[in-house]
Design a protein around this ligand. Structure first.
Ligand code: AMP
Length: 352
């Protein structure tokens, strides 16, 4: 057990790190951010900040020596080579990072555990793309295997002819058949080192242009029918990875059952509603799990919860949002409200 007062290291300097650090502070921990960008919005709320590249092994070793445990807030952090962090544990285990960093290995992994992803095939060039489309059909989506997020690194392919005009990036890709779904949802769980697992309510997630727009709890009834099978799969993923902390799996609800989309070995945007809407938030439970504390109740703290992301200049609406006293406003402190950038979110509870 890592007692309050100790320092938690966080790889990554974005809003998820910021919200983990805020939850950690509430429990009496200090956080130390390690991130390559000088203007880290996570470091803004932490006492310690190492601004260095993820492959700066000497800086990583110094950072880890000052931390009781190290976690990460986004999955594209390069896995630190064995031994670099010394005796300081990295949680969730690096195997979860490795698995989730590559869309191809993630889909193979989940398929072996009995999950159903969209039909998929690896693509490296125009010839393998043509083969993938011939095998899977169009429409489909071509995605970079690594480093994609919020719909970045994705190309919709409506017809085989679309593919012919594409200027393929020189990076490993994956082609996925287009899934006809009636809704999207996520399963967010937290697992302790002893194997205790708690699930948060599954939110109904609506995406706009590949970016999460809203998460609503409770999800509508037809979607809730998919949750038990999706939870069973997420639980198997967590067991297989000997996972410690918060894990997220995203699903499409289809007429044939839940189709796995992707996993994130971390706290997730579709769980931001838990800050006010669950008895214990995803951030606090992540901290509890990696520090070896008992988990808090993941149940609902309200009858219903709605979270809306503030993307780009939507964040400029904050005076109007605050003029409604029922709104909980979260702004991440990012300097430029660029289009497509997550600047904050607003949560509303339905009480009684
Ligand atoms: P991703 O980054 O893979 O989560 O994709 C972002 C969003 O694009 C998803 O939440 C879906 O709305 C949509 N999307 C991604 N892959 C597919 C697919 N194979 N079929 C249909 N929609 C998809």
């Amino acid at each position: 057990m890592i007692p309050p007062g100790e320092t938690i290291g966080i790889l990554g300097g974005g809003q998820l790190g910021r919200m983990i650090a805020i939850a950690a502070a509430q429990l009496g921990y200090r956080c130390h951010i390690f991130a390559p960008e000088a203007d880290s919005i996570a470091a803004d709320v932490c006492a310690q900040f190492t601004c260095a590249a993820y492959d700066d092994h000497a800086a990583l070793a110094r950072f880890a020596a000052e931390c009781a445990v190290v976690t990460y807030e986004f999955e594209n952090v390069p896995v630190p080579p064995g031994g670099i962090l010394g005796a300081t544990p990295l949680l969730p285990h690096p195997r979860a990072l490795e698995t989730a960093q590559d869309r191809l290995s993630e889909k193979h992994f989940v398929t072996k555990l009995g999950g159903t992803p969209a039909p998929f095939a690896p693509v490296d060039d125009a010839a393998s793309l043509a083969e993938a489309i011939a095998a899977i059909g169009a429409p489909g989506i071509l995605k970079t295997r690594r480093d994609g997020y919020d719909g970045k690194g994705q190309w919709r392919i409506r017809t085989p002819q679309d593919a012919e005009t594409l200027d393929l990036p020189a990076t490993p890709l994956i082609y996925e058949g287009f899934v006809t779904f009636f809704a999207e949802f996520s399963v967010i769980l937290c697992r302790t080192a002893k194997g205790d697992i708690r699930f948060f309510d599954s939110a109904h997630n609506v995406h706009d242009d590949g970016i999460l727009a809203t998460s609503t709890v409770p999800a509508p009834a037809p979607l809730l029918d998919h949750v038990p099978a999706a939870r069973a799969l997420a639980g198997k993923v967590a067991e297989a990875l000997d996972y410690v902390g918060v894990l997220t799996l995203e699903f499409f609800a289809t007429k044939d059952g839940p189709v796995f989309n992707e996993m994130a070995p971390r706290v997730h945007n579709s769980g931001h509603w838990t800050i006010e809407g669950a008895v214990t938030s995803q951030f606090e439970n992540h901290v509890r799990a990696i520090c070896g504390l008992p988990l808090g109740d993941t149940g609902l703290a309200a009858k219903g919860v709605a979270m809306r992301n503030l993307i780009g200049d939507e964040a400029h609406d904050w005076p109007a949002i605050l003029s409604d006293p029922a709104n909980h406003l979260h702004l991440y402190g990012k300097a430029a409200a660029l289009p497509g950038r997550k600047m904050g979110h607003v949560t509303r509870l339905t009480l009684g």
